[in-house]
Design a protein around this ligand. Structure first.
Ligand SMILES: Nc1ncnc2c1ncn2[C@@H]1O[C@H](COP(=O)(O)OP(=O)(O)OP(=O)(O)O)[C@@H](O)[C@H]1O
Ligand SMILES: [Mg+2]
Length: 277
């Protein structure tokens, strides 16, 4: 995680403290406080424009904070799968070669791929239900197959923290189900995983934790409690009222609706502003 500070023996993989992120000096998501526990699986939800991508980009080190900081466990290597891929299809690359690139950080670009590495690549391809030795060019693939390739490449990066931005957008049910199996596998391996998505049923049934964003963190806790249509509607209303051209406010206590009384945070649900149930 670029620019993150180590938190040593803390059980959290990531601690976010009064974090404001944005573009051209205007905040897009502001004054976020939360702890992401090591090994947790969290759905990041909120309406379009709520700031999910912005927050994930901040966690990935792509955006520098306007205020606050992100503190990470020192062991934490972070892998980020963006909402929009930035693959240059003009560069000829086969499925297998693209997946093998996931090993570069681990073995270095200089070191050749040996028998052990070939097996790792084959295993990753099998985990996403693609054939080992697949020589198809990336430019020929459907969106769903390309997403399988990108997941297989993530597997080989061996990161401790995995950030996925709408990975199930425009893929069919079968692909979603296969890729969710990979997410669950990462969770079982003890990785810390944050996934942004819009499917509330999927969030309630497959994710233990959820964070609801509406330009600020509205609540963080058990997904079954948080991922409701009513909460999303209220989040949508808050996003609609957000001033795109606002200046950075100095402190979260200046935010409209901010509950300063910590007793308003209900058990199991960290609720910095609303939804204290
Ligand atoms: N590169 C950028 N430059 C300027 N503003 C941006 C940029 N990226 C996002 N924004 C703005 O930041 C705000 C939050 O956008 P963001 O993409 O983080 O939301 P989101 O929750 O990921 O939405 P979606 O569900 O549509 O993906 C929006 O007002 C958006 O217009
Ligand atoms: Mg987004």
């Amino acid at each position: 995680m670029v620019g993150a500070v180590s938190i040593g023996s803390d059980s959290a993989a990531i601690v976010i403290d009064d974090l404001t992120l944005g573009y051209q000096r205007h905040p897009a998501v502001h004054h976020v406080d939360c702890r992401i526990e090591t090994g947790s699986l969290t759905a990041l939800i909120g309406p379009n424009g709520a700031g999910k991508t912005t927050l994930l980009r901040g966690l990935a080190g792509e955006l520098a904070p306007f205020t606050g900081q992100i503190t990470s466990n020192s062991a934490g290597k972070t892998a980020f799968l963006p909402q929009m891929h930035n693959i240059d299809f003009a560069i000829p690359l086969s499925v297998e070669e693209a997946v093998a690139m996931g090993l570069w950080q681990r073995i270095g670009i200089e070191k050749g791929i040996g028998k052990h590495e070939r097996q790792m690549i084959a295993d990753a391809l099998q985990a996403v239900k693609l054939r080992p030795g697949d020589r198809r060019q990336l430019g020929e693939l459907s969106g769903g197959v390309l997403q399988r390739v990108l997941f297989a490449r993530m597997m080989l990066r061996d990161a401790d923290v995995i950030l996925l931005d709408e990975p199930f957008q425009s893929v069919d049910e079968r692909t979603t189900s296969d890729l969710l199996d990979v997410v669950v596998r990462w969770h079982e391996e003890g990785k810390t995983v944050i996934v942004s998505l819009h499917d509330l049923d999927l969030v309630r049934t497959r994710f233990p934790q959820a964070m609801l964003l509406a330009r600020e963190l509205l609540c963080h806790g058990p997904a079954a409690k948080i991922a409701t249509v009513a909460n999303l509607e209220r989040a949508r209303g808050m996003c609609a009222g957000f001033d795109e051209k606002a200046k950075v406010c100095e402190h979260k206590s200046k935010m409209p609706g901010f509950a300063e009384n910590p007793n308003e945070r209900a058990s199991g649900v960290s609720s910095p502003s609303l939804y204290g149930n």
